[in-house]
Design a protein around this ligand. Structure first.
Ligand code: FAD
Length: 480
């Protein structure tokens, strides 16, 4: 057992040392900025197409917003839970890659237990979305919900079809999702269910989102609903598998891109090492930036990026997340009698946000409840001392399950996600002309990253597929 642990520690050391040692090349075909999911997925596709690439990442690790924390206590089993992203919906192009890389996956229903009008409605084990909704809604509410679904279904199909979208759909970008749902005259509990489900996804109030983009987010609840995939052992297993596939020697860590100087047929990239402060130049045929758009202003562009691109970036918004890992004893009576584990995940619009099972694959005495606290609650907590946040979380648990807060052993916070998810306010949409402008390469620069395409990691993977296709047709003359 001890030997096994030593070998595992050694393997991890060698793996990360090899990453740290990757040399910056003087020249490459495609320089990818950022080793989050978008950067790694772009490299994955370029490797398949046989196009040379190199990644530079400002931080000392790969993964970006994907983070899996391991908790080590002497004499106890190491626990793990994600402090960044949690799950992938079925339509996310990531799922295909997860399967190609043969990662172990846990597949769950799109429906979740939900706190509706302060009452927890628990999704039964193996209960279908349809049966769940029939149970929690009255017949009148369910009929109204069905006709709402029948209305948005074809709209979503059209949104996923060829673009540009027809005018009547595009007009929906000029009205807030909240207002549009209100206009449908749905029973209160149905519109509340829609609000909570969408707000938990987008990390912001539904007043802040254009109806067109809000309707698009609703795709996971149509028909039987989309399955949700989680990587057993944590999402960093995915970023590590991607790193291994694309070759760690093609990723340089601790390298900050500071300046992009575009020439006629090439681009010169200035890169500042965060440890040695050496500033070096790389020459490439093209650059893919996966830096979240709101951080692009940290770079110099020579010549400058077009005004339209800047306008698209400045008029975008975002949703915020705040994460907490709550440690409870699985064996405690309260945890058992509240049937807490069976109810997870739970959607709430309280200080608890979405309550996930943080370590679903570990049968340990200690259970981690991973709270994805969203929107207003996340913003409020970001300004608050953590001891106060802990009290408020305990009090929210008391409201959900009286007596439960006594089961909380400790809490760890991950408060650094003020701009976790891309958003489009009233007047803007991911489907409008300005967003399209972002996807047109300029001066050998290709903008990717979740903020260029859609919310969540599906935006990251869609953007990677787009830039990979653009580059394949550029560098291989459209032969592939
Ligand atoms: C708490 C949380 C929970 C989430 N949950 C989910 C979920 O359940 N499902 C889902 O689908 N999505 C979820 N998301 C969103 C998902 O994590 C992101 O959409 C996705 O990880 C974005 O990947 P990316 O590569 O586009 O961006 P990032 O992961 O942000 O990667 C960009 C990279 O660029 C690097 N960089 C920045 N500037 C420079 C520079 N100048 N030079 C070099 N490198 C630079 C950054 O360090 C970073 O590594 C969640 C996000 C958060 C924060």
């Amino acid at each position: 057992m001890v030997l096994k642990l030593v070998f595992r520690a050694l393997a991890i050391f060698v793996y990360f040392s090899s990453l740290a040692l990757a040399q910056l090349p003087q020249k490459t075909d495609v320089l990818i900025i950022g080793a989050g999911l978008s950067g790694l997925a772009t490299a994955y596709q370029l490797k398949k197409a046989g196009i040379p690439y190199h990644l530079v990442e400002i931080t000392p690790r790969v993964g970006g917003r994907v983070r899996t924390v391991t908790y080590q206590t002497p004499g106890q089993v190491t626990l793990h839970a994600d402090s960044g992203m949690e799950e992938y919906w079925e339509s996310n192009p990531a799922v295909k890659i997860l399967k190609e890389l043969k990662l172990p996956l846990k597949v769950e229903s799109s429906a979740s237990s939900v706190v509706l009008n302060q009452k927890l409605e628990t999704l039964g084990q193996k209960e279908s979305v349809e049966d769940f909704l029939t149970r929690i809604f009255t017949p009148v509410e369910k009929a109204a919900f069905d006709s709402f679904r029948a209305q948005v279904g074809p709209m979503i199909q059209r949104i996923n079809g060829p673009h540009p979208l027809p005018k009547e759909l595009m007009n929906l970008k000029d009205i807030a999702l909240s207002e549009w749902v209100l206009q449908q005259n749905l029973p209160k509990r149905v519109s509340e269910w829609i609000r909570i489900s969408v707000e938990c996804e987008i990390g912001t109030q539904w007043e802040q989102l254009s109806a067109l983009d809000g309707i698009s987010e609703f795709h996971i609840f149509l028909g039987k609903g989309e399955a949700s995939y989680r990587v057993i052992g944590g999402n960093e297993r995915f970023t590590q598998a991607l790193t291994k596939y694309i070759n760690p020697h093609r990723i340089s860590l601790n390298e900050r891109v500071t300046r992009l100087e575009s020439k006629k047929s090439r681009i010169i990239i200035s890169v500042l090492n965060q440890v040695t402060h050496q500033n070096r130049k790389i020459e490439a045929k093209a650059v893919v930036s996966t830096i979240p758009l709101y951080r692009l202003s940290e770079l110099q562009f020579d010549p400058p990026l077009s005004e339209k691109k800047w306008e698209a970036i400045k008029t975008q918004t975002w949703g915020s997340y705040f994460k907490a890992h709550v440690f409870v004893s699985r064996k405690s009576d309260r945890f058992q009698t509240k049937k807490a584990a069976e109810a997870l995940p739970i959607l709430s619009d309280s200080d608890l946000g979405v309550i996930y099972d943080g370590n679903p694959d570990q049968n340990t005495d200690t259970k981690i409840l991973s709270l994805l606290i969203t929107g207003y609650h996340a913003e409020k907590f970001t300004m608050m001392p953590l001891d106060e946040v802990k009290k408020q979380i305990a009090s929210a648990f008391e409201q959900l399950w009286p007596g439960f807060s006594k089961d909380i052993q400790s809490v760890e916070f991950y408060r650094y996600h003020p701009r976790a998810i891309a958003g489009w306010p009233v007047g803007r949409s991911r489907f409008d002309e300005l967003s399209n402008e972002l996807r047109i390469p300029e001066n050998h620069i290709y903008l990717a990253g979740d903020f260029t395409e859609g919310t969540h990691s599906s935006g990251a993977f869609k953007s990677a597929t787009r830039v990979a296709q653009q580059l394949i047709s550029l560098l291989k003359g459209g032969r592939r």
